[in-house]
Design a binder for this molecule. Structure first.
Ligand SMILES: [Ca+2]
Ligand SMILES: [Ca+2]
Ligand SMILES: [Zn+2]
Length: 734
C-alpha cells in the first residue's frame, strides 16, 4: 500500500452525475432549527458510517442518515464528522438532497452537509462531546450468503463461514476478539444458504479493483429482503454480514446500518465481504469498523501502522488458502489468509475493555513509575495502558475533542507474534484530528489515534523506508515533547523484564517538571529540623554496605563537598549513607521514603541514589561515557539523548579541568531531590564550594532546574579554587 498506485480514482469518482432534484424524502427540520435560508435543508436521524478497505490500498468512507421516518439518504461532507458520531442521533444541515446517479446506474438520494450536530448530549459525555459506548458480550451475527445473479459458482460452503466467525479457538473472528478483549467480546454467527440476488454484479458494483463504486445500500436492501424471505428474524441479531459470491469494487466494507426490520428499529454492525476478504485478517478489520472503530495511523501514508488490526496490521502470516473466480480480474485468483495483530490500547480503552486496575491515568503534570506488560497477553498485575492527560484538553477516553497520550507494550505474544518489532508503543489520541492528506496519502482520513515514531523521518515519500515499522521505544529511551508532556517532563522506558514468547514487562517512568534551583534555600537550607536527608555515598564495602550493580564504594573525597551544604543548613538534619536500608533499597538505590527532601553530592558511579535517579529516568540529566573519534569523554545527556556537556576524560583524570552538575527535581515518590556532582572528584568538590560562594548569593536568578559549570585549574596549583569556575554555565535547562 504505497503511493505508486494508479491515480485514476478521482477521475472515476467524477462519473457521479447530479440530476434533477426529486421530492425530498428526509424528515423536516425541527422547529428550533435556526436555519432559515430558502435553499438550506435540515434532516435528523441516525448516522451510519461505513468504511471501505481495498487490497490495493483504495478506501473510502461512506455516510448515510437513516431518518426517523424510515428513509435513508447518503451524506457527503466537506470535512468529515467525528468517528464518535457512529450510530448517534444527529441533525444535519445543508443543501437539499438530490438524486445522484452513481456509477452503477443506481440513484442514491444524496445530501451535501454543511453542518452536523448531535441531537443529545448527556451526563459524562458533555465535556467531551460524543464518544463510542462500551462494546461487550456475545454479538450475534447473521451471515447472508449472497450470490450475484450472473455468478454460477460460490466460493465456499456455509459451514466455512460458520467456522470462520464462531470457532472458539484457531483462525476465527470470535477467537480473535475474545483474546483481543480479554474475554469481553465474542461473535456468534448463524449462516443462511446461498441466496440469489436479483441483479448481476455490475448492478451493485460496476467497476474493478481501482475504483470505489459499490452500492452498499443496494446490497443491503436486496440482501435483507432475501434474508426476510428465508425466515431470518433480524431482531435476534446485533450484526449483519453481507457475504458476496464475487468481488464488489476496490473494497470490503464495514460499519453500521440502521433499519426497521421485523418490527424493530435498531442499528446493526454491518460488513460487506467479497471473497478475497473472507479470511481472518480483513474480517476482523471490518468487524472492528462494525463496532465503531476508525482506522489508526496515517502518519507517513495511509494504513501505515503495523501495530493495529485497524490499520496496516491485519495482514501478517500470509498463506494461500483458496481461490475463487474474481469478477474484477476476470479469472480465478488466490485467496490469501492473514493473521491480524491486536487492537491498539487506545481503542480497547475506548470500547471499555481495559478495567481500572489495568489502566493508569496520569494526571496533568503528574509523575509516575509504572509497569506495562504485553498488550496481547492475558491480564496480569501490570497495567495494559497508561493514559497521560494533556493540559488544556479533555482526557475522557475516546472523546470527540479529547487529547491524550497512550502507552502500551507490544511484543511477540499471541496475535502480536508477527509484529515488525517489540517495545513500547506511544499513541497520540486526538478525537478531532483534521483530515490527513498529501502526496503519500492516497486516501485522506482522520484516524484519531496515531503512533509517535521513536525513529521519525525515516520514510522517503513514495519511495519507502521504515516509517512506523520501527516506531517502538526500547529500554533506555525517553520521549519528551513540550506540547504533550509539558516542559521538562519525560517519559522513559527504564527497563524490560522477560522476553518473547512469554509476556514482557516494561517499566515506564514519567517525571514531573524540574524544580527551580532558586527554591533550594527555602526547601532545603531553611527546612524544619530532621526533614531533609543528606545522603553520603558509602565508602565501605562488604556486609551492610550493598549498592546497586555497577555502583562502587566512594572515596572520602566524594563527600567532602556535602559539608558545605550541610554547614549552610539552618537546622539539624538527617545524615544517611546511600546504603542505609531504612532509606534506600540497597539493590536499586531507590528511596523508600516519600514526600521528603534528599540532598546528595557525588555521581552515579559511586552513589546508589544518583544511579537510581539517572537509570530510572527521573533526573532531567544523566551521565554516560561518550567516545568521539576513538577518544573517551565524560558526557551529560538530556532525556532526549542529546549531549549537553562533555569533557575529555583524560583532562578530568589529570585533575586539570572538570565540570559539575547542579540539578533539582521531583522523584516518583514526591521527594524533592537536589544533586551536585562532578565528572571527577575535583568537580564534585568545587561544585560544593561554588554553590556556597556563588550560587547561594545569586540564588534568585537560578530559575532553571539544572546547570552545568566548568572549572579549569587556571593558577596551576592543582587545587580547585572557587574563582576558577567560569560563571557562565556550559549548559542549563529544565
Ligand atoms: Ca520510523
Ligand atoms: Ca587552582
Ligand atoms: Zn478499514
Amino acid at each position: 500500500m504505497v503511493c505508486d498506485r494508479p491515480l485514476t480514482l478521482a477521475l472515476l469518482l467524477t462519473v457521479i452525475l447530479f440530476t434533477t432534484i426529486s421530492p425530498v424524502s428526509a424528515s423536516d427540520s425541527p422547529g428550533s432549527n435556526p436555519v432559515s435560508a430558502a435553499d438550506s435543508y435540515s434532516a435528523q436521524g441516525t448516522l451510519n458510517i461505513v468504511y471501505g478497505d481495498g487490497p490495493e490500498g483504495f478506501s473510502k468512507v461512506k455516510y448515510y442518515l437513516y431518518g426517523d421516518d424510515g428513509t435513508r439518504i447518503r451524506l457527503s461532507f466537506a470535512s468529515p464528522p467525528s468517528f464518535a458520531y457512529f450510530g448517534k442521533q444527529v441533525l444535519v444541515t445543508g443543501a437539499p438532497p438530490a438524486r445522484a446517479l452513481v456509477q452503477t446506474g443506481q440513484a442514491e438520494t444524496t445530501m451535501y452537509v454543511e453542518s452536523i450536530s448531535l441531537l443529545s448530549r448527556q451526563g459524562a459525555q458533555a465535556n467531551a462531546g460524543a464518544m463510542l459506548g462500551t462494546v461487550s458480550g456475545t454479538k450475534k451475527m447473521i451471515i447472508l450468503l449472497l450470490r450475484y445473479s450472473d455468478d454460477l459458482s460460490v466460493p465456499r460452503d456455509p459451514t466455512f463461514y460458520f467456522d470462520l466467525i464462531n470457532s472458539p479457538v484457531g483462525s476465527s473472528v470470535n477467537a480473535f476478539y475474545q483474546a483481543d478483549s480479554w474475554g469481553l467480546l465474542g461473535t456468534e454467527a448463524d449462516v443462511t444458504p446461498w441466496m440469489p440476488l436479483p441483479q448481476p454484479k455490475s448492478f451493485y458494483a460496476n467497476c474493478g479493483w481501482n475504483a470505489v463504486c459499490a452500492n452498499v445500500a443496494a446490497v443491503a436492501t436486496d440482501g435483507i429482503a432475501l434474508g426476510l424471505a428465508d425466515g431470518v428474524n433480524f431482531a435476534n441479531y446485533d450484526m449483519i454480514s453481507f457475504v458476496l459470491s464475487s468481488d464488489l469494487d476496490c473494497c470490503a466494507w464495514g460499519g453500521d446500518w440502521t433499519d426497521t426490520l421485523n418490527g424493530v428499529t435498531k442499528t446493526w454492525g454491518a460488513t460487506w465481504m467479497p471473497p478475497w476478504s473472507q479470511e481472518l485478517g480483513t474480517y476482523s478489520h471490518e468487524v472492528g469498523h462494525s463496532i465503531g472503530l476508525p482506522h489508526s495511523g496515517w502518519v507517513y501514508y495511509d494504513y501505515d501502522s503495523p501495530w493495529d488490526v485497524m490499520s496496516g496490521g491485519d495482514r501478517y502470516n500470509s498463506a494461500a488458502c483458496g481461490s475463487y473466480f474474481s469478477a474484477n480480474s476476470g479469472r480465478d485468483i488466490t485467496i490469501w489468509c492473514y493473521t491480524p495483530a491486536d487492537t491498539i490500547a487506545a481503542y480497547k480503552d475506548m470500547l471499555g475493555w481495559i478495567d481500572p486496575s489495568h489502566l493508569l491515568t496520569v494526571p496533568l503534570g503528574g509523575s509516575a513509575l509504572a509497569s506495562v506488560d504485553s498488550l496481547a497477553a492475558p491480564l496480569d498485575i501490570s497495567y495494559k495502558m497508561l493514559k497521560i492527560c494533556i493540559p488544556g484538553y479533555s482526557c475522557v477516553s475516546g472523546g470527540e475533542t479529547s487529547r491524550y497520550l497512550t502507552v502500551e507494550a507490544r511484543t511477540h505474544y499471541g496475535y502480536d507474534s508477527y509484529l515488525p518489532g517489540e517495545g513500547v508503543i506511544l499513541h497520540m489520541f486526538q478525537g478531532d484530528r483534521p483530515l490527513v492528506s498529501g502526496r503519500c496519502f492516497f486516501i485522506s482520513d482522520n484516524p484519531p489515534a496515531y503512533p509517535i515514531d521513536s525513529t521519525p523521518g525515516d520514510y522517503v515519500p513514495c519511495l519507502g523506508g521504515f516509517a512506523l515499522s520501527n516506531a517502538e521505544w526500547h529500554a533506555g529511551q525517553s520521549y519528551s515533547d513540550m506540547f504533550t508532556l509539558g516542559p521538562g517532563r519525560y517519559l522513559t522506558v527504564t527497563s524490560q523484564v522477560g522476553s518473547s514468547p512469554s509476556p514482557v514487562v516494561f517499566s515506564i517512568t514519567i517525571t514531573r517538571t524540574s524544580l527551580q534551583v532558586s527554591s533550594v534555600p527555602a526547601d532545603v537550607l531553611d527546612a524544619a529540623a530532621n526533614s531533609v536527608v543528606y545522603v553520603l555515598p558509602d565508602w565501605q564495602g562488604g556486609n551492610g554496605h550493598a549498592k546497586p550493580p555497577d555502583v562502587i564504594p566512594a572515596q572520602l573525597s566524594d563527600f567532602t563537598a556535602l559539608g558545605f551544604m550541610f554547614g549552610a543548613s539552618e537546622n539539624m538534619q538527617i545524615m544517611a549513607l546511600d546504603t542505609n536500608s531504612t532509606y534506600f533499597d540497597p539493590s536499586t538505590g531507590a528511596p523508600k521514603i516519600s514526600d521528603s527532601v534528599l540532598v546528595t553530592f557525588a555521581g552515579p558511579l559511586v552513589n546508589g541514589l544518583v544511579e537510581y535517579c539517572e537509570v530510572s529516568g527521573l533526573s532531567p540529566v544523566y551521565f554516560q561515557w561518550a567516545t568521539i573519534d576513538g577518544v573517551s569523554y565524560y558526557a551529560w545527556h538530556d532525556r532526549e539523548g542529546a549531549v549537553v556537556a562533555s569533557l575529555l576524560s583524560s583532562a578530568g583524570q589529570a585533575g586539570t579541568s572538570d565540570m559539575f552538575l547542579v540539578e533539582y527535581f521531583k522523584d516518583a515518590n514526591n521527594n524533592n531531590v537536589f544533586i551536585v556532582y562532578g565528572f571527577a572528584w575535583k568537580g564534585t568538590y568545587i561544585g560544593g564550594v561554588f554553590f556556597k560562594t556563588y550560587i547561594l548569593p545569586n540564588i534568585t536568578s537560578f530559575t532553571h532546574g539544572w546547570y552545568i559549570y566548568q572549572w579549569n585549574d587556571v593558577n596551576g596549583n592543582g587545587l580547585p579554587d572557587s574563582y576558577e569556575v567560569n560563571t557562565t554555565p556550559v549548559s542549563y535547562g529544565g
